[in-house]
Design a binder for this molecule. Structure first.
Ligand code: DX5
Ligand code: ZN
Length: 215
């Protein structure tokens, strides 16, 4: 069970200390948005490069961008240990996943709430993680979509059948109130933005979420 706090809800003027505040987490989740694939704009490669220099924990890049085939591998090359692209945006996901892995990172494919998993099951031979979005990508602080749990179960079942070290991540509205149902459905990597950075103490929120996931 791994916790990956999303810095989307952190103070962008103090990202180094915001990363230090979650050093007990497994990953730091960085949401890259391009104002095209999603209607929001966050940050890009130069800032991720700076974050990589100061982060005490590995970086998990979630790319909500058009043309990941072209733009995703540089994040792996820069040193992000996990790089997630959206399957809806990828033109050639097999080559893309191989490019990411070739740079020494874990390759991951993300599914928006309206995207079914079945057509992409065969890609499990190419990826190290599947991200099941539990909100429409674009913004932090949205309500958790419990109707995505059957998809998490479906992915977990397929991963079990397939074998190998493939993780199942959930992202969006994950909190103390929703993490247990995600774990029960089969998720093992949990992204939480507002539930961590909106808490009184980010590190305690990380510990609490991990405990709940392990229940
Ligand atoms: C949404 C992002 C999430 C977001 C989650 O598009 O992918 O990572 O930061 O924020 P919360 O946990 O507040 O829903
Ligand atoms: Zn995300």
């Amino acid at each position: 069970m791994q916790i990956s706090p999303s810095i989307l809800s952190a103070d962008f003027a103090n990202l180094e200390s915001e990363l230090a505040a979650i050093s007990n987490a497994d990953w730091a989740h960085v949401d890259v948005m391009d104002a095209h694939f999603v209607p929001n704009l966050t940050l890009g490669l130069p800032i991720v490069e700076s974050l990589l220099r100061v982060s005490p924990i590995p970086i998990d890049c979630h790319l909500m961008i058009e043309d990941p085939d072209r733009w995703a591998p540089p994040y792996a090359e820069a040193g992000a240990k996990s790089v997630t692209f959206h399957i809806e945006a990828a033109k050639d996901p097999v080559t893309l996943a191989r490019d990411i892995r070739g740079q020494g990172a874990r390759a991951s494919m993300a599914l928006k709430p309206g995207t079914a998993f079945a057509p992409y099951e065969e890609l499990l031979t190419e990826v190290d993680m599947v991200l099941v979005m539990t909100v429409e990508p674009g913004f932090g602080g949205q309500s958790f979509m419990a109707d995505q749990m059957p998809k998490v179960e479906q992915v977990r079942q397929a991963v079990r059948k397939h074998g190998g070290d493939i993780w199942v991540q959930v992202d969006g509205g994950v909190s103390a109130g929703t993490i247990e149902q995600c774990a029960e459905a089969g998720a093992d990597v949990f992204v939480a933005g507002s539930a961590v950075y909106g808490a009184h103490e980010a590190a305690s929120a990380v510990d609490e979420l991990r405990e709940l996931a392990l229940r």
